[in-house]
Design a protein around this ligand. Structure first.
Ligand code: PSU
Ligand code: MN
Length: 302
């Protein structure tokens, strides 16, 4: 095992005994939600994974160590430090580790560290994608290319409408990344169950997903899968309301000239403020829903 990696005792025991493990990211804690809801959610998500028969492994970089499985104190530290922690994607990992700094891992970085530890399943809220206006800005999240390289199955609630969902799907098709929409024929759009975009593939059970994943591995095909799990009906938002908030957030962002890695955290925060916290509640519910599905898939893999 690589010398920069620290597995928590619980995760180490689970991996050694071939028990199901589900990875979780840390940028969603530091940059995706405000304190203290971020920490409460992180704890609730870990519990949800345990209730569903798997072991949670929250991933982050602390003082240059790649941590797989955080203690409650470490979760609290991350949540409180929030935006002051460096958002760490693929490109940032060597620098953060070499300097012995803290890093909040994005989907891409969490996939890399999960794969190093031997974890195949990862649950989150939303993945990065192709931003609106990418035809001129070229703002495409490093998350998307990670799926071409790193063998991790990520359960999300689709992609947020802060992105251009059509371009995101075209990009993933070009890159050969499969997107399985769970029990639906339509791509879910994070806060809402529908996007108007046809699902590339549909899957109806955790067992089916586990079987397709195992087949991919046996075939020797590299890279990951995206599983898009629609937000439960009871928590889905009014599309008009959420889309109006997103449009306002994007126009505000363009006025401020925000770009690069600041884009996604800015939009997440602005949309939460504009919807008076309702979108945050929906966000929390969908992450829990994804954690449960990820645990069930992990149990099917072994
Ligand atoms: N989308 C969300 N919540 C999040 C993120 C995206 O709904 O917390 C975070 C994830 O960590 C994701 C990252 O990997 O933002 C993508 O950032 P960028 O677009 O800069 O690659
Ligand atoms: Mn970007």
């Amino acid at each position: 095992m690589n010398r920069y990696l620290d597995l928590s005792p619980e995760v180490k025991e689970a991996l050694e005994n071939n028990k199901p493990v589900v990875a979780l990211e840390s940028t969603i804690i530091s940059h995706g939600m405000p304190y203290p809801k971020n920490v409460q959610t992180a704890v609730a998500v870990e519990n949800k994974i345990r209730e569903n028969g798997a072991v949670p492994a929250t991933i982050a970089i602390i003082k240059g160590r790649l941590k797989v499985g955080l203690t409650p104190d470490e979760l609290e530290y991350f949540g409180k430090k929030g935006l002051a922690i460096t958002k760490t994607s693929r490109r940032d990992i060597p620098m953060i580790v070499a300097k012995g700094e803290d890093g909040a891992t994005t989907v891409a970085a969490t996939m890399i560290i999960a794969a190093m530890a031997g974890i195949q399943v990862f649950a989150t809220g939303g993945i990065g994608g192709v931003h609106r206006g990418a035809e001129t800005t070229m703002d495409i999240s490093a998350d998307l290319d990670e799926f071409t390289k790193t063998p991790v199955l990520v359960v999300c609630a689709g992609a947020k409408a802060i992105l251009d969902l059509n371009l995101t799907m075209e990009y993933l098709e070009t890159k050969g990344v499969p997107v399985f929409c769970y029990q639906t024929d339509e791509l879910p759009a994070f806060y809402t169950r529908k996007s108007g975009i046809k699902a590339p593939f549909r899957a109806d059970s955790p067992e089916e997903l586990a079987r397709i994943w195992s087949t991919k591995r046996e075939l020797g095909i590299q890279g990951g899968f995206i599983v898009a799990n629609p937000i439960p009906e009871a928590y889905s938002m009014d599309p008009k309301r959420i889309n109006a908030a997103i449009d306002e957030a994007i126009s505000e962002m363009n006025k401020l000239g925000i770009h690069g890695k600041e884009t996604t955290p800015y939009l997440l925060d602005k949309v939460q403020k504009l919807t008076g916290g309702d979108s945050l509640e929906s966000n929390i519910k969908l992450v829990l829903n994804n954690a449960a599905l990820a645990a069930k898939i992990a149990k099917g893999i072994r």
